[in-house]
Design a protein. Sequence first.
Length: 264
Amino acid sequence: MQDRDPRRKRESFNAVAELYERYRPGYPDAVVAGVVQAAQLGAGSRVLEIGCGTGQLSVPLAEHGVELVAVELGPDLAQIARRRLAAFSRARVEVAAFEEWELPKTPFDAVVCANAFHWLDPDVRLVKAAAALRPGGRLAVIHPHHVLGGDPGFFKDTNQCYTRWGLSDDPTWLPPTATQISPVYPELEDCPDFVAVERHRSEAVRRFTTESYIGMLRTDSLMLGMEPEAREGFLGDLASLIDRRYQGRLAWRYVYEVLVALRR
């Protein structure tokens, strides 16, 4: 994984918990089904979810009848997840950093993490995930990649906004194509605690209005690391561009990588 921009802080999401719940997308049904199948989850499976946010993956997992323990760093995010999981008696949410959370004595059948594994300490995440699992249990990680596709010309247009507001120094930047994506967390193949590493990918398009796109950006860690005046200036410029050149509607293409490994 590349070095992260120092303006990005994993604790920043808690400050925008309600926006996170409103604008952050859930996961396509095919992705959830892939995780359930690859991790061999079913009614009664004991599952640990790392970094549940407001429950985008937690709810569909609970709907499959698993016994779910979700660990979330942000207390406001966790409170929303609890509210969404209230109908599921076998699901609970605990507030903690995964690295510091005390593992229960009873191991889990699966550890899952959606779009949060990159925030965990690289020296801890695989070792502790393995310690949380029973032998033969599975680690499942979902990592969304934003790839080239959707509305043509959008990135060239928005690069001007990003460079103007000091968020990029590359006015020609483009996301990779689906075939150019490098596998995430290659260190898993060399981790002695895991075997039988599998990678599955699926593509999906997400459509935005100006409001939903700007709303999603308000939950982005890079935006949250900006000074408020600069952030509002940037988002205002971007919203005007989308309304003017794209009639207030956009399409983004994603590749969802699902990484599954067996605990020795």
